[in-house]
Structures are given as structure tokens and as C-alpha cells.
Design a protein around this ligand. Structure first.
Ligand SMILES: *[C@@H]1O[C@H](CO)[C@@H](O)[C@H](O)[C@H]1NC(C)=O
Ligand SMILES: *[C@@H]1O[C@H](CO)[C@@H](O)[C@H](O)[C@H]1NC(C)=O
Length: 199
């Protein structure tokens, strides 16, 4: 118990001392072969107390940020920095919003994972390449035996799907778990890319 407390306070210290650099605000825009989705912005949509999913919002999307760590380098030469995707939750009369990181809600019954913003710490990193497309670095390949970790690549397993998270039914952005060949089990899912556009 004692050593656990020491380790967790060290972790907290690490999280507190790593200096975060926040990007300029940007919009997230859907690119898809499905015409009615293509060009729509994403918005943080209420899905519970201080919990937001990313839903389709026509041209009234919200602003997002990428928090990177000072001094960190891209794992692939010339590619984007890894960082936390952030949305600011406005709070009633408070002058400063709550900075919420994105993490995935994973349900063992489905391979479709839902990005959510919540007021907590998140280890989930994303990246934007020079094409401004949202991706996630892949460091680990267990499709081979023994599993390998000597090649880094970027995955973009994004889909817009009809979801029902705690009673909130929206068309939301989702991530299909697995490598680039993974297919969503939710039949409503439509393949998309997510593009960053600085405002
Ligand atoms: C992102 O970075 C800003 C600026 O350093 C900081 O105020 C904010 O708390 C960070 N948000 C998260 C979720 O880490
Ligand atoms: C989705 O949520 C609503 C509201 O709680 C509920 O009425 C509906 O039955 C849910 N649908 C599914 C498929 O779970």
C-alpha cells in the first residue's frame, strides 16, 4: 500500500512537471465518401455529467486543442507530435473552463470504441500528420508471432456510427479497435477521416 502511494505520487509529480504546450484552437472536419457526412464539423455533445462524445454538427462544430509535451519528438521523422486531444467544458459562471482530455470508452462486447471528453487524466495520445488528418501511433503489432514493436506507423480507424451511450443517441465519431484491416461490427458505421482546420 505504502509503495503504491509512493509510486502514484511520483506519477502525479511526473504528470505535473511535464510541461504541456497547448496548440491554437481548431475545428475537426469529417471527410467521407458518404456525401451527407462529408464536410460536417464535429462537436462535443453532451452524453452525461461533464461527459461529451464527438457528434456530427453540420457547420456548428466546437473548437479543440492538441496538448503536446515540451521537448517531445515525433516517433517517425517528419510526422506529427503525439499529444492529447482537448476540449474545454464551459462551467456556468466560472471564468475558466475545465480542460477535458479525450479517452476511449471501450466496451468488451464491441470492437467499436467511443472517444469521450471527461474531466480526468488521459494517457490516450493522438497525432496530426502534415496532411492534418487525425491518427494514432501504432507501436505494437501482435498480428505476428512473436509480437513486434520495432516499427511505428499511424492508424486512422475512424468511423461515424449510430451509437447509444447511456441513452444519448447520436451519429458519433468512433474508433475501430485493431490494426488498419479491422472492420466495425456496428453495421451503421461509415468510414471517415478527421481533418484539423485551424480557425
Ligand atoms: C492542456 O494544456 C493547457 C496549457 O498548458 C493546460 O492548461 C490544460 O490543463 C491542459 N489540458 C489537459 C487536459 O491536460
Ligand atoms: C437508446 O437510449 C434511449 C434513451 O434512453 C432508449 O429509449 C433506447 O431504447 C435506447 N436504444 C437502444 C438500442 O439501446
Amino acid at each position: 500500500m505504502k509503495s503504491f502511494a509512493v509510486v502514484s505520487s511520483l506519477l502525479l509529480l511526473g504528470a505535473a512537471t511535464a510541461q504541456e504546450v497547448q496548440s491554437k484552437p481548431f475545428e475537426l472536419i469529417i471527410e467521407s465518401a458518404k456525401k451527407s457526412y462529408n464536410g460536417q464539423q464535429l462537436s462535443a455533445c453532451h452524453t452525461g455529467a461533464a461527459i461529451e462524445s464527438l457528434c456530427l454538427a453540420g457547420n456548428s462544430g466546437t473548437h479543440f486543442y492538441l496538448n503536446t509535451t515540451k521537448g517531445e519528438e515525433a516517433p517517425i521523422k517528419g510526422s506529427g507530435l503525439p499529444g492529447t486531444l482537448v476540449w474545454n467544458l464551459p462551467i456556468g459562471n466560472e471564468p475558466t473552463p475545465v480542460s477535458e482530455p479525450m479517452s476511449f470508452s471501450v466496451d468488451p462486447s464491441t470492437n467499436v470504441a467511443m472517444p469521450l471528453f471527461m474531466p480526468s487524466y488521459s494517457e490516450q495520445q493522438v497525432t496530426f500528420g502534415s496532411d492534418n488528418l487525425l491518427g494514432i501511433y501504432r507501436y505494437y503489432d501482435d498480428t505476428v508471432t512473436p509480437p513486434s514493436d520495432d516499427k511505428v506507423s499511424v492508424l486512422r480507424n475512424w468511423y461515424v456510427c449510430e451509437t447509444n451511450y447511456s441513452g444519448y443517441q447520436y451519429s458519433t465519431l468512433n474508433w475501430v479497435l485493431g490494426d488498419a484491416k479491422a472492420k466495425p461490427q456496428n453495421p451503421s458505421c461509415v468510414k471517415v477521416q478527421v481533418k484539423r482546420k485551424f480557425i
